[in-house]
Design a protein around this ligand. Structure first.
Ligand SMILES: Cc1cc2nc3c(=O)[nH]c(=O)nc-3n(C[C@H](O)[C@H](O)[C@H](O)COP(=O)(O)O)c2cc1C
Length: 209
């Protein structure tokens, strides 16, 4: 089901939400519930829409055209997205539409990931357990965005979900809502948001002066 609010804002935000086992989700569910009611924000639950991964390409392309900021919201699975988001990219980002000499449908839009990870922040570093930073691990998505003429912003990352309390998750949900509102209302300095390690480290520093 797509929940679409009437746009009253400068940017319309499309959240492509991908969690294959929502009944088991703790953190993503709280994050997504916190933004559902926002005007100008469309939450599109991909696994609910396409439980058999039978993605409707034209419908997805129309949704993309109707929005300015595209968000992939998902748990980190094997240092990447859940499978449906890969299938979505493979099918929806068509040559001649999203990229190629005539493929300019997405030019000028912004794209980012909102990711939750079981691993703690210290694990995502050169000398940490996972050896790479989140920005490094998201490079295939960054280059995909670039090839499609979109600006790839730093991710919103919630680390350490495994032992997270409800209060901690609620605080992240409130940060996420504030981030989405600022993106919608064009209050984010895009150059700084592109360069940051993650949006939710020092968000105030990423707002326009
Ligand atoms: C198939 C699978 C793969 C996972 N891969 C990673 C991973 O690569 N890195 C990591 O930090 N956590 C990984 N996790 C943990 C999830 O990211 C974590 O459970 C999720 O972010 C919690 O969010 P939720 O409460 O919304 O489910 C994985 C979990 C599953 C089920």
């Amino acid at each position: 089901m797509i929940e679409r609010e009437s746009p009253v804002s400068e940017n319309r935000v499309l959240v492509l939400f991908a969690h294959p086992a929502q009944e088991k989700s703790r953190v993503n569910r709280i994050l997504v519930e916190g933004i559902r009611d926002l005007p100008g924000v469309t939450v599109h639950d991909l696994y609910e829409a396409y439980p058999e991964l039978d993605i409707e390409v034209r419908r997805e392309q129309e949704l993309l055209l109707a929005h300015d900021v595209i968000v992939f919201q998902h748990p980190f699975f094997w240092y990447s997205t859940p499978a449906i988001l890969k299938e979505w990219q493979d099918l929806v980002l068509e040559h001649g539409w999203a990229y190629g000499s005539t493929g300019n449908a997405l030019h000028g839009k912004r794209m980012l990931n909102a990711v939750t990870t079981g691993g703690r922040e210290v694990a995502y570093a050169r000398d940490g357990h996972n050896h790479f930073t989140m920005r490094e691990l998201l490079v295939p998505l960054e280059q995909t965005a670039r090839l499609c003429g979109m600006r790839f912003l730093a991710p919103f990352v919630v680390h350490g979900t495994l032992g997270m309390t409800r209060e901690q998750a609620d605080r992240h949900a409130s940060d996420w809502r504030r981030t989405i509102e600022a993106l919608r209302d064009d209050r984010v300095d895009l150059d700084r948001a592109v360069a940051a390690a993650r949006l939710n480290a020092d968000f105030d520093a990423l707002l326009r002066d």
